[in-house]
Design a protein around this ligand. Structure first.
Ligand code: NAD
Length: 265
């Protein structure tokens, strides 16, 4: 690949990919609204607000693929989510269309399906069931992906990321953990594939406890190598077993399904 664009490059996953995908494309164009420091010889830095369509259209010019991580990554006010996630994601898909349809990886979230109960295993046909305004914005991004493929043939893969951190941080993450290395491997599979159409995959490692079945996306050839199991003893010792009927354990989305409306006093 000649040139890849990574949005949200100053964030947790963006920093990971900036380091781990170095050399994968000849040029890495990186974007954030936050400072990205000095550009390396093979980097181009574009600091702009994803909510600005003209800036995003200019930024997408000349790229071969887009890893779209930028946005509000937790629950927030509607105004924050409106600009960064709704307007920002629209601008990325629209800019891709204007430049002939560059393949997009859209960082969706498990919070798009957070109100399913844990006894129910989900697959590629499961309905969206958002647990927050944040989760709702990820459903919007997935629907945008569908619309832009059906109407304009813009290819994309929405990755419903579980919990991508160096280690799982609580009992729930024993099921939702996605190792950074598996995430990097997934990014490569998405852009190496001959065809992705408009697809969705759950971003989760090879954990013992699992709620998400990725067999519908086997064509991507992604085989997660890591497992949260090696952290189980440590996590279970540090976090007491919750009540079985606590909403935070009843639903896939955990605490997001339990808490009330973000903007209530
Ligand atoms: N880390 C995870 O476990 C996880 C889980 C589910 C989904 N995701 C999704 O993956 C993506 C990356 O997650 P992260 O953990 O790295 O988040 P993060 O919050 O660390 O990074 C997001 C980045 O987006 C930038 N950003 C926000 N609004 C912007 C705007 N309007 N214009 C330009 N840049 C803007 C922020 O400055 C930040 O650097 C997010 O879209 C998030 O919703 C992550």
């Amino acid at each position: 690949m000649e040139r890849i664009l990574i949005t949200g490059a100053a964030g947790g996953l963006g920093k990971l990919l900036r380091a781990e995908l170095k050399g994968w494309a000849k040029v890495m164009r990186i974007n954030d609204i936050a400072d990205l420091g000095e550009a390396a010889a093979d980097e181009e830095i574009v600091q702009c607000d994803l909510g600005d369509l003209d800036a995003v259209t200019a930024m997408v010019d000349g790229v071969d693929g887009i890893i779209h991580l930028g946005g509000k990554s937790i629950e927030g006010t509607f105004e924050e989510i409106l600009n960064s996630n709704l307007r920002g994601t629209y601008n990325i898909f629209e800019a891709s269309r204007r430049h002939g349809g560059k393949r997009i990886m859209f960082a969706s979230s498990n919070h798009a399906i957070g109100f399913h109960v844990r006894e129910q295993s989900l697959d590629g046909t499961s309905a969206q069931r958002p647990d927050s305004i944040y989760g709702l914005s990820k459903c919007y991004g997935e629907d945008l992906a569908r619309y832009y493929f059906d109407k304009f043939a813009v290819e994309s893969v929405s990755v419903r990321i579980g919990s991508c951190f160096p280690e799982p941080r609580d009992r729930r993450m024993l099921a939702t953990w996605l190792s950074p290395a598996d995430f990097v491997r997934l990014m490569k599979c998405i852009f190496d594939a001959d065809r992705v159409g408009v697809s969705m995959i759950y971003g989760v490692s090879n954990n013992r406890e699992t709620w998400w079945d990725n067999s519908h996306a086997a064509f991507l050839g992604w085989q997660p190598q890591d497992t949260s199991e090696i952290y189980r003893e440590k996590i279970e010792a540090a976090h007491p077993k919750p009540h079985w009927d606590d909403p935070a354990v009843r639903y896939h989305g955990g605490m997001y399904a339990k808490v009330g409306h973000f903007e209530d006093p």
